[in-house]
Design a protein around this ligand. Structure first.
Ligand SMILES: [Zn+2]
Length: 203
């Protein structure tokens, strides 16, 4: 009798944990206001942005839920791209609005974080980055670093096409971006920015 009861309890517990493990792990759960808090962006730009919830498998092979702050008119593109990311089980390490890193792009990159909006200039220049308008996304920067004149950032990153979570011309996610009119930093001539996808304003 005791043994049977124990067995029933064990089965019930196993069932519960199976259900729980299907729930995505929350990487980010901001409100829009919190996700842009402390940004130096003018109100005009903030008005053009939205907060998008995205679901993906992370490097632990588990389902995660994160968020992106992106230009409103790019929302449907990014939803379509994350459908492919999910279907392909392309690992996205984490997807957290850059406010968590106190608006430091370097800190976000070093943490292999995927993000879009960050009100900043292009690294090493005075002109505004497309990230400043939420029109560029950086995905898995540690697997897809920026390489300029032999200098790799983030530090210690390696670009190996065979590794999961890495982009190349044959990856389904790359093809989806291109089909929706986006461009890839991996196609730049002067430097290679393998994590960087962008779509300019058509205005
Ligand atoms: Zn970028």
């Amino acid at each position: 009798m005791m043994r049977n009861k124990l067995l029933v309890i064990m089965i019930l517990l196993a069932g519960t944990s199976a259900i729980v493990s299907q729930d995505p792990i929350t990487d980010a759960d901001y409100t829009f206001e919190k996700a842009v808090e402390g940004s130096k962006a003018p109100q005009k730009i903030l008005d053009e942005l939205c907060l998008l919830n995205v679901t993906y498998y992370s490097t632990d092979s588990k389902l995660h839920r994160g968020q992106l702050v992106i230009a409103k008119d790019l929302k449907s593109d990014v939803e379509k791209i994350f459908e492919v990311i999910l279907k392909e089980k392309f690992p996205v390490a984490k997807c957290i609005p850059i406010v968590k890193y106190k608006w430091s792009d370097a800190a976000s990159m070093a943490d292999n974080n995927t993000s879009a909006f960050c009100y900043r200039t292009v690294s090493g220049s005075k002109s505004l980055s497309l990230h400043a308008k939420g029109r560029a996304i950086d995905i898995n920067p540690k697997f897809n670093p920026c390489i300029e004149k032999g200098v790799i950032s983030p530090k210690g990153a390696k670009y190996k096409v065979a590794n999961p979570g890495t982009f190349s011309h044959t990856s389904a996610i790359y093809k989806k971006f291109i089909s929706l009119g986006w461009k890839w930093g991996g196609n730049f001539k002067s430097l290679k920015d393998y994590h960087h996808f962008f779509k300019k304003d058509s205005k």
